[in-house]
Design a protein. Structure first.
Length: 259
């Protein structure tokens, strides 16, 4: 990774020499979420992501905040990402519209229960500005993301998505795409390396599905600062178990001279 980029999250370094491992929470009820949180936390991921689009009570901001507080109590000092993934970018159908989602994000940011908030670059520009303002006011980091579950665009397009996230005020830029062949996997890795050499913020990237699973293992070599791994349930195709990913990162670190 280039110097000057790292983001410190409760003692973890996003954008350092070794990628962080993040495990998603995909429970649909408070009871299921808290059970899942306890089980995932026991496997010691570096970061935990709450995919709130899976949560059945997403329309009840009070319930979201109360459950978020319970999750925070369980995970202790493990950083938490709060994410509503839209249907158009691979998420679950939810009972609230885009404006209500923005208000939910503002409430969660103000609560300071989470460390990062993920919002898609495909959202309305005014909504992005509102979420950016809310995260700045609460000193919460903002991940601006792009997901394409259909195919892998060209490298130039992907590089621009990373750089556009930075231009829009992101603290972290994320790109996830679906490969159709091996060349697409190489395109994602190449775009990540190109963007990493130009950007001033940490990047997260992955090629999804079984074909792209290798990018979750070696993405850090090309500039990706975090990979998602299964604690209990997967939030996207191609994720592998936490323990397996940790072992692979140990092997890569030794092969690179202990970096």
């Amino acid at each position: 990774m280039n110097p000057g980029k790292p983001l410190t999250l409760r003692g973890r370094t996003l954008g350092g020499d070794r990628p962080l491992i993040c495990s998603p929470l995909v429970g649909r009820t408070r009871e299921r979420l808290l059970s899942e949180t306890a089980n995932v936390r026991a496997k010691s991921p570096d970061v935990i992501e709450w995919r709130v689009d899976y949560y059945e009570a997403i329309a009840d901001t009070h319930a979201v905040l109360a459950t978020g507080e319970a999750i925070r109590d369980l995970v202790g000092d493990t950083p938490v990402i709060f994410t509503r993934r839209s249907v158009r970018e691979g998420g679950e159908s939810i009972a609230i519209g885009d404006e209500e989602v923005v208000r939910l994000y503002e409430a969660v940011a103000a609560s300071k229960l989470v460390d990062l908030i993920d919002f898609e670059m495909g959202n309305d520009a005014d909504h992005i500005r509102l979420v950016r303002a809310a995260t700045r006011a609460s000193a919460t980091a903002l991940v601006l993301s792009y997901h394409n579950f259909g195919y892998t665009p060209g490298a130039d397009f992907l590089v621009q998505r990373f750089l556009e996230a930075e231009r829009l005020g992101a603290d972290v830029a994320k790109v996830a795409v679906m490969p159709r062949d091996r060349a697409d996997v190489l395109t994602l890795l190449s775009a990540t390396a190109q963007a990493e050499s130009k950007s001033r913020i940490p990047l997260i990237s992955m090629s999804m599905g079984p074909l792209g699973a290798v990018t979750r293992m070696i993405g850090g070599v090309f500039g990706s600062s975090l990979s998602f791994a299964i604690g209990e349930g997967a939030s996207a195709p191609g994720q592998i178990p936490i323990a397996d990913l940790k072992a692979l990162y140990d092997i890569i670190a030794r092969a690179r001279g202990g970096r």
